[in-house]
Design a protein around this ligand. Structure first.
Ligand code: CP
Ligand code: NVA
Length: 300
């Protein structure tokens, strides 16, 4: 593994390697065992979009690994004023040991990896959110003991989260069902891949998709960059919500996950959110551990 651009680049063995190391780092942190594996290294963190979890977990993660994270808002960098991504990455490759970038186009992340000479980590694009899904898989494994054969149902927009969940879960041997309106399906190439390589369904029928689920997952109806479509999307996604009726379709002991931030009353009811708050905030915590594992494997 040279970069983390999208989950389709990873082999099943690499998923296991990341998740096992994440568990180990979590255990060490809980037990006060220092792990300065990246002593003296610096990660640049470029943000073209807002963030709470990604920014803080990467910065704290680098600190705990003995290195440092450098927060670089695109508002302050010259790329915000039009400097080429290719020039920026060739400069930053001279200073840094790795870059995490949150941006709009997946092509920008891929270009950085092609032109730069240091590891690139995708901290969310419109297409994918691989770091989030590694934390999600870690959390599911913690609660359910294993991933193989478990069913995850995603309800809502066929967005970056849906795309990465499909790939990550199927690569780890899980079954995936997506419930979304017909006009808001996940990426068509990812759907075609999933249909060929795993147990996968995509339907507008929420109750059907939720049947037999071990994990129910949702995300906002309007992602970052889609704020102008929020009103239209509120109509399109009406009913695409995790609520008590949807949970009743799922298996006993179903987990409910949300990448956050949540819009309670839209994609999830407040009562279901609170009933599953332990899982959801463990999931948020696991961003830290999973990303530390990724950084160690890429930057050591
Ligand atoms: N889930 C997630 O990536 O959160 P942030 O947008 O706060 O980083
Ligand atoms: N789909 C959401 C995920 C946020 C973590 C977005 O892109 O805004």
């Amino acid at each position: 593994m040279k970069h983390l651009l999208k989950l389709s680049d990873l082999s099943p063995a690499e998923f296991t390697e990341i998740l096992d190391l994440a568990d180990k780092l979590k255990y060490e942190r809980k037990n006060g065992i220092q792990h300065h594996i990246l002593k003296g290294k610096t990660l640049g963190m470029i943000f073209r979009k807002s963030s709470t979890r990604t920014r803080v977990s990467f910065e704290v993660g680098m600190y705990e690994l003995g290195g440092q994270g450098l927060f670089l808002s695109s508002n302050d960098l010259q790329i915000g004023r039009g400097e080429d991504t290719a020039d920026t990455i060739r400069v930053l490759s001279r200073y840094l040991d790795g870059i995490m970038i949150r941006t709009f186009d997946q092509s920008e992340v891929e270009e950085m990896a092609a032109v730069g000479s240091i590891p690139i980590i995708n901290g969310l694009t419109d297409y994918a959110h691989p770091c989030q899904v590694l934390a999600d898989l870690m959390t599911i494994r913690e609660y359910k003991g294993s991933l193989e054969g478990k069913k995850l149902t995603f309800i809502g927009d066929g967005n970056n989260m849906a795309n990465s969940l499909i790939v990550g879960c199927i690569k780890c041997g899980m079954e995936v069902a997506i419930a979304c309106p017909d006009n808001y399906k996940p990426d068509s190439d990812i759907i075609a891949w999933a249909e060929k390589n795993g147990k996968f369904t995509c339907t507008p029928n929420i109750m059907e998709a939720a049947k037999g689920a071990d994990v129910l997952y949702t995300d906002v109806w309007a992602s970052m960059g889609q704020e102008g479509e929020a009103a239209k999307r509120r109509i399109a996604f009406e009913g695409y919500q995790i609520n008590a009726d949807v949970c009743a379709q799922a298996n006993d002991g179903v987990m409910v996950l949300h990448c956050l931030p949540a819009h309670k009353g839209e994609e999830i009811t407040a009562d279901v959110f609170e009933a599953h708050a332990n899982e959801i905030f463990d999931e948020a915590e696991n961003r830290l551990h999973a990303q530390k594992a990724v950084m160690v494997l890429l930057m050591k």
